[in-house]
Design a binder for this molecule. Structure first.
Ligand code: ATP
Length: 209
């Protein structure tokens, strides 16, 4: 494995949770990535609503949750862009920054694969990077056969080769937000530093403590 490998991990991270960090640490190792870069989205082109926490708060929480792992980094590229974030444009930006000798991976959970047919420029995206699908608790192992008619056999084979074995961690940002708003326990779901940040900044409707 001589060439450099960079894994990009996009999402809303509203907020970042231990599912994100646990699963991508394993995925990064499996891929042999030199670095895993968390890329928070301004908003998902597929979600009609904006994230609950602001851009700066979400990025700050990512930094707090990832600072203990030397292979983790973050990028504010999508946050600074006007308008919605398209993964293809982000991958092309990193390609320009990193040069042609670096293998770029884009990590995504199995749930996100279901949305993939609606992504902007998806066939170019499959061609221009390695889309690496990770397992996600509550979602059946990905069935790729249904995508052959959409993207062709070679692209689907490439995606199947890039599936990464990851542990099932049953945590979602939705569940974390709900619990915070209801004043319920979230330890074991988010990093203590992130919880402290949420408390200090009174995010997600958290009550006084
Ligand atoms: P929400 O509940 O608000 O939809 P989420 O928990 O799915 O949020 P996102 O920030 O939307 O988190 O996810 C970013 C990426 O991380 C997506 O590709 C998603 O599939 C993946 N992901 C999130 N949580 C997990 C998990 N527990 N295991 C595996 N992949 C995950």
């Amino acid at each position: 494995m001589s060439e450099k490998r960079i894994a990009l991990f996009g999402g809303t991270f509203d907020p970042i949770h231990l599912g994100h960090t646990t699963v991508v640490a394993v995925a990064g190792e499996g891929i042999g990535a030199d670095k895993v870069i968390f890329v928070p989205a301004k908003r998902s082109p597929l979600k009609a609503f904006f994230p609950e926490a602001g851009d700066e708060d979400r990025l700050e929480m990512i930094k707090l949750a990832t600072q203990g792992n030397g292979r983790f980094g973050s990028s504010d590229y999508e946050l600074k862009k006007a308008g919605p974030s398209y993964t293809l444009e982000t991958v092309r930006y990193f390609r320009r920054e990193l040069g042609s000798n670096v293998s770029i991976y884009w990590l995504m959970g199995a749930d996100a694969l279901e949305d993939l047919p609606h992504w902007y420029g998806v066939t170019e995206l499959i061609d221009e990077c390695n889309l690496a699908v990770m397992h996600r608790a509550g979602f059946a192992p990905s069935d790729f056969s249904k995508y052959i008619s959409l993207w062709g056999e070679d692209r689907v084979k490439k995606m199947q080769r890039n599936v990464v074995e990851t542990p099932l961690v049953d945590i979602s940002s939705t569940e974390v937000r709900k619990r915070l708003t209801a004043g319920r326990e979230v330890s074991g779901m988010i990093s203590p530093k992130v919880l402290q940040y949420i408390r200090e900044h009174r995010l997600y409707g958290i009550q006084d403590y």
